[in-house]
Unconditional design. Structure first.
Length: 1159
């Protein structure tokens, strides 16, 4: 009887012959069902072994040859699967002639034609309880490396039967699978799977994959299955050598051995990366690339495949490889991950760079290797991008008591020869004490070492560099020249950057590039960013040349290949939760405005003080943080979680709007979980978030106390790690509550459900929801339950990313949205010089307010530098610019902002580091002026943190933090007026006291009294500028306004809002209508109407409009009634106009806030 898969077997044999395989019967005497007792074919192997190793064996006697072959055969008989794979890749080392070590090959990878590739059908291998008989076994040089199990292609799910059969073979004949590296199940679908001996007959779950190839047909991308692609002899050899590995995690409890084989997307990405490397090392200019693979598609293994391939191929060139991450925990994890891969050559040189000094040591050793062939620096390192610091942190610099001497040693105004004499002693001292300031100084030191080397080895070259340095008068240009001498010139350096959409765009990225300008760099991300200065495409690709990425593998591909699961998205609608009038979801306008603010202000909106947030963010967070709302959402989650998680077979994650939201969710979930499932359910939900030692939020403080007691630990980082591990490896917790932590880089296959209660946008939204897409037994999909209302945002984000994966859209993106980074740099340099020139020649009202940035750069390096003169000039510049009418100053401020933005937009452009000191001073000047002119900007913490990040001089930073921290005391003005102080001090007082008074009442100017003080203050400023009044008259008038303000403050201090309103209107009417008469107004009708409004929860715009009209009428009625007999008839009209104005400009703003009209 003919087996139903007979035709399929014949079809497989035919295709194998087409790609270069032969029938084994041509080479050996073999009949179907014949037993192969040794699992490989010893006689045929010996014949091929002698042929492949002919040259090495020719130096041996026949007896020695026999000893070698006996040794090899003994190894093949007894070696475990890890060793066998290593032997297949690299050969077996044998000691010959008693002391000489020789490596003998089992497979010739260089001369593929020297190998023999044949197949045998129905070969039988010893097994227990029965022998194994794969349909087809593929042999290379007599060693079985692949088996094919054929099933009827017309039968549904027959490929799954094939996989099950392969798993049985592993149990029955484990010795066979010391040799066989993977298997193919050829049925309804064609899958390949790694294989390994199952010595203990356990249920081992090894993955099975499709092999697909991408082709272009009629200009369109087509993906088709082609399992025979990997069986092509040359491809198969490459797969065995570079894409199959064993893995044993020494840090896990079980230390289980597993096996890795590349997926097709990993293979093709690696091949493209190697092609880029090979072409670059052969003279091409392209030395970077972006690997854009969706979350869960195996990027970490792809990084390893590329690194290992590069290491092996260019081993003789002493390659150096860096795995760069952006968190310390990831640095440790990545080293542990790569250590677990059983690749001896790779593991031997793998190290973690866990300190800045260690990075410096590595960089120095690489530089030394460029100067001497005796220095071998071959190595693989895991490190963080944060170690590529331009200079030490401010704290480190402040602690360095010998800072001035360090600067003196690097004083480039001294003769070069003199510096070279000192440099060796300095380097020894700094290495010992860890005082090198940063990479900039390290590279300068290495430049001097290089010059010393040239002086001995190449005097002419040395002389040329010395002459060039002497011609450079500008210190910055000298530093730039030296850095380019001291940096690493080697090309055989590979930098692999994980999560490349983060932290690679500023000074750190720039320092990485300037240190290794010729390195090969690949960025890996599932969600590239392309906004403002952060553009993953321009950073790692060549969009100006039409290349947006080296390889792309996005969501649709990943789901189709079953590497990740599809996501089901469920929106919670108003009414789904019994909310009893509490708003649950945000409306579309709220979300749109929230996201607009998010885009403008950066991703981490949690940095902002909640009381000072922009109105839309504030409004949204107020809704989402409402304890009653969180209580209702928590009950909704508990009511459905059992079904969502399939009776807790899977786990869940709750994403709260911020850390306070996490604590409130924890409390509410605990309550409802206990009610429904009993006391034990109190352990089911846990929080993982950042904790601050100076926490101010009372609810978080209380939770921290409780957590420390429960966990018996004061180390919150340790507590977070324990909870994380418990979630991954134990039954409890079943629910994780997070806000930022674990939304990226957290792989938890059992996590199925995400209850999303936080507005997210762009790549952060995609990364967050992808936490639920990891495959797990019986898990069909990931579920997102959205209680915010982000579905439209998600679909728009997905559409944008999918479009960028399409060639036509990329072309449009290139033509319309991509600017050359070189063009931006040239624009920056022109703008910088223009701004510096404008500052240098600044004169207003015949007053010299010039600021020479180049001179200041030198002066600020002196610890005795006094910047009072600079601040005096800036105070006056701000004073002259206050009314917004001085076009020259306003243009200067705009230009300052533009040049800082251009600098930021340069991302990690290497040459930007040579302008750090310029930007430091310009950032200080701009920040100082803005703090004077726009004090409300201070509430934007992100804005100031970003601006101050450009400023490294501690004194300048301190000046920004203490600016305007002066008490409003008229007595201080008395002293200035009475004492005989200099003209400059008087002028600074003129500007300073103006800003002190103005900024103290700026956010209260809706109050008519404060508004009047501001108007009088502005008239004073103009009179002084126009020289209508002198300094003393001006300062006396300021003093009077201060006293008026202080007296009014005392009147309203501690009063309720309605009492403040009555006091303010009484004071204003007394001074302006009754001409300085005291009056106490009752405003009875006005008070009743305001009290009534305050008791209402929420008013529509129509209700607000109606209330405003009623309030105007009530106030007018009260004023006319209480002023009857005290004002003239012609003043009654003024009172009517005044009442409308007081309602719209004062009362409603006092009740509803400044922006009530937009709410």
């Amino acid at each position: 009887m003919i087996r139903e898969e007979y035709l399929d077997v014949e079809n497989i044999k035919e295709k194998l012959q087409e790609i270069g395989w032969e029938d084994g019967k041509k080479y050996i005497n073999f009949k179907e069902y014949q037993l192969i007792p040794d699992y490989y074919l010893p006689n045929f192997f010996e014949e091929k072994f002698k042929e492949i190793n002919k040259t090495l064996l020719s130096y041996l006697t026949p007896k020695e040859v026999k000893e070698v072959i006996d040794f090899i055969k003994n190894e093949l008989k007894n070696a475990d699967e890890i060793k066998i794979l290593d032997y297949l890749k690299y050969g077996i080392e044998v000691v010959v002639k008693k002391s000489e070590k020789r490596k003998f090959k089992l497979i010739d990878y260089k001369n593929i034609d020297k190998n023999t590739f044949f197949y045998l059908c129905e070969a039988e291998f010893k097994g227990n309880p029965k022998n194994s008989r794969p349909d087809i076994t593929l042999f290379i040089n007599g060693i079985p490396v692949v088996i094919i199990e054929a099933k009827a292609t017309l039968k549904i799910d027959s490929h799954l039967e094939g996989i099950s059969q392969i798993r049985r073979y592993e149990k029955f004949s484990p010795d066979l699978f010391r040799f066989v590296q993977f298997a193919i199940s050829y049925g309804e679908e064609q899958l390949y799977t790694p294989t390994m001996p199952n010595w203990y007959k356990e249920n081992i779950h090894l993955p099975a994959y499709y092999w697909r190839i991408r082709q272009k047909i009629n200009g369109k991308k087509v993906v088709k299955d082609d399992i025979f692609y990997i069986l092509n002899p040359s491809i198969l050899l490459e797969i065995i050598r570079y894409f199959i590995f064993y893995r044993k995690d020494e840090y896990s409890k079980t230390k289980t051995l597993s096996k890795i084989i590349a997926r097709y997307n990993q293979y093709f990405a690696t091949k493209k990366a190697m092609k880029r490397i090979d072409e670059y090392l052969s003279g091409d200019s392209k030395n970077k690339g972006l690997i854009w693979h969706w979350q869960g598609s195996g990027k970490t293994y792809t990084m390893f495949f590329i690194a290992n391939y590069f290491l092996d191929k260019y081993f003789s060139e002493n390659p150096v490889i860096f795995f760069v991450v952006d968190r310390v925990d990831l640095e440790r994890q990545s080293k542990e991950f790569y250590e677990a891969i059983q690749e001896k050559k790779f593991k031997t040189i793998l190290k973690r760079i866990d300190s800045i000094n260690k990075l410096y040591e590595v960089i120095k050793s690489i530089k030394m290797s460029e100067l001497s062939n005796k220095v071998i620096v071959r190595g693989i390192y895991t490190t963080t991008i944060q170690k590529f610091q331009y200079e030490r942190s401010k704290k480190e610099k402040d602690n360095n008591k010998e800072k001035d001497k360090d600067d003196e040693d690097l004083d480039l105004s001294k003769p070069i020869e003199e510096i070279i004499k000192k440099i060796e002693d300095k380097l020894k001292k700094e290495e010992k004490e860890g005082k090198i300031k940063g990479l900039k100084d390290l590279l300068i030191i290495l430049a001097f070492i290089y010059l010393k080397h040239l002086k001995e080895k190449n005097p002419e070259e040395y002389k040329k560099h010395i002459e060039n340095l002497k011609k450079l008068k500008d210190k910055d240009k000298k530093e730039e020249y030296l850095i380019n001498l001291g940096n690493i010139k080697r090309k055989h350096i590979l930098i692999l950057i994980d999560e490349a959409h983060r932290t690679q765009y500023g000074i750190l990225g720039g320092m990485r590039k300037i240190t290794f300008p010729n390195a090969i760099t690949f960025g890996f991300t599932g969600t590239p960013v392309f906004k403002n200065e952060k553009n993953t495409f321009t950073e790692f690709s060549y969009p100006e040349k039409g290349e947006f990425y080296l390889d792309v593998y996005f969501i649709g591909d990943s789901i189709k290949d079953k590497f990740t699961l599809p996501l089901t998205y469920q929106i919670v609608k108003e009414g789904d939760i019994k909310s009893e009038g509490i708003q649950i979801t945000l409306d579309e306008e709220d979300i749109k405005e929230f996201i607009d603010e998010w885009i403008k202000r950066g991703e981490d909106i949690n940095l902002f003080d909640r009381k000072k947030l922009p109105k839309y963010i504030n409004k949204s967070k107020t809704i989402l943080l409402n304890p009653k709302r969180i209580d209702k959402v928590a009950k909704y989650i508990v009511d459905r979680i059992e079904e969502d998680t399939e009776n807790f077979k899977f786990k869940a994650m709750v994403v709260a709007v911020n850390r306070l939201g996490c604590v409130r969710f924890k409390k509410a979930l605990d309550k409802y979980l206990k009610e429904k499932f009993g006391d034990e359910a109190e352990k089911w939900a846990e929080v993982v978030m950042t904790y601050h030692h100076n926490e101010e939020e009372k609810e978080i403080i209380e939770y921290m106390k409780k957590l420390k007691k429960e966990r018996n630990s004061n180390d919150f980082n340790e507590i977070n790690q324990i909870i994380r591990e418990e979630f991954l490896n134990s039954e409890n917790p079943k629910i994780l509550i997070v806000t930022d932590m674990l939304l990226t880089g957290f792989d938890a296959p059992r996590l199925k459900v995400m209850y999303l209660d936080k507005p997210l946008y762009g790549h952060r939204l995609l990364q967050a929801i992808a936490r639920t897409n990891r495959p797990y037994p019986d898990k069909e999909f990931g579920l997102i339950v959205d209680s915010v209302g982000l579905f439209k945002v998600l679909t728009e984000t997905m559409a944008l990313y999918n479009m960028l994966a399409e060639e036509e859209i990329r072309e449009d993106f290139k033509n319309n949205l991509i600017s050359s980074i070189d063009e931006i740099f040239q624009e920056f340099k022109l703008k910088l010089e223009m701004v510096k020139e404008s500052l240098k020649n600044l004169k207003i009202n015949d007053e010299d307010l010039s600021i020479d940035v180049n001179t200041l750069k030198t002066l600020t390096k002196n610890k005795d530098f006094n910047n009072n003169e600079l601040k005096e000039k800036l105070d006056l510049i701000a004073f002259y610019a206050e009314d917004g009418k001085n076009a020259r100053i306003l243009k200067l401020i705009d230009d300052l902002k533009a040049v800082i933005k251009l600098y930021k937009a340069l991302g990690s452009y290497p040459q930007k580091i040579f302008y750090i000191e310029d930007i430091e001073l310009l950032s200080f000047i701009y920040a100082y002026l803005i703090k004077k002119l726009k004090p409300k900007k201070k509430s934007n913490r992100k804005f100031w943190e970003e601006l101050i990040s450009f400023i490294h001089n501690k004194m300048l930073v301190d000046d920004l933090t203490v600016i305007e921290e002066i008490n409003l005391n008229p007595d201080d003005l008395d002293k200035i007026l009475k004492e005989n102080i200099g003209k400059r001090e008087i002028k600074r007082a003129v500007a300073n006291y103006y800003f002190i008074l103005k900024n103290s009442i700026l956010d209260k100017q809706h109050d008519p009294i404060y508004k009047e003080i501001l108007e009088r203050l502005e008239r004073l400023r103009r009179d002084w500028i126009m020289k209508r009044i002198d300094d003393k008259i001006y300062l006396n008038a300021i003093k009077n306004l201060m006293e008026l303000k202080n007296n009014y403050d005392k009147k309203i201090k501690g009063k309720s809002s309605i009492e403040r309103i009555k006091e303010s209107i009484s004071t204003y009417i007394g001074e302006n209508i009754l001409k300085d008469q005291d009056i106490k107004l009752n405003l009875e009708n006005t008070e009743k109407l305001i009290t009534k409004m305050q008791n209402l929860n929420k008013l529509s715009k129509l209700q607000r409009k109606k209330f405003k009209k009623e309030l105007s009428c009530a106030l007018l009625e009260d004023l006319l009634k209480e002023l009857k007999g005290k004002i003239k008839d012609e003043d009654a009209k003024k009172v009517a106009e005044l009442s409308d104005n007081l309602v719209s400009e004062f009362i409603l703003k006092e009740i509803w806030g400044e922006n009530y009209e937009n709410q």
